[in-house]
Design a protein around this ligand. Structure first.
Ligand code: FES
Length: 109
């Protein structure tokens, strides 16, 4: 079965499931223009992957990425901010109001 009524695909949910430390302060951020919630102390990678199944689109094809080493060594988790600078998602704490993008903006290429 694919899709739902009105052609809207079902929300796939996050790749990561939070099992502990659920009492930390909530943090709001935007991911591709959609408001999402994380918890204070989450890395950007955790914040994103508890909301959606992938971290970013690769620059070189249709594949999606979700990080690899999770410790700042592999370079697989670079993600873009609306303001321009890229950040390494696995070693950057999420902050209130961050505006993150899962792909480069078309006007940057
Ligand atoms: S996941 Fe490897 S550097 Fe971030």
């Amino acid at each position: 079965m694919s899709g739902t009524a009105f052609g809207v695909p079902p929300d796939p949910g996050g790749r990561l499931v939070r099992l502990a430390e659920t009492g930390r302060e909530p943090v709001r951020f935007l991911l591709d223009g959609v408001e999402r919630m994380a918890l204070s102390g989450d890395t950007v990678l955790t914040a994103i992957l508890t909301n959606v199944p992938s971290l970013r689109q690769t620059e070189f094809g249709p594949e999606k990425r979700a990080g690899f080493c999770l410790m700042g060594a592999c370079q697989d988790c670079w993600i873009w901010q609306e303001q321009g600078p890229r950040i390494r998602a696995c070693s950057t704490p999420v902050a209130e109001g961050m505006r993150l993008l899962t792909r480069t903006r078309e006007d940057w290429t």
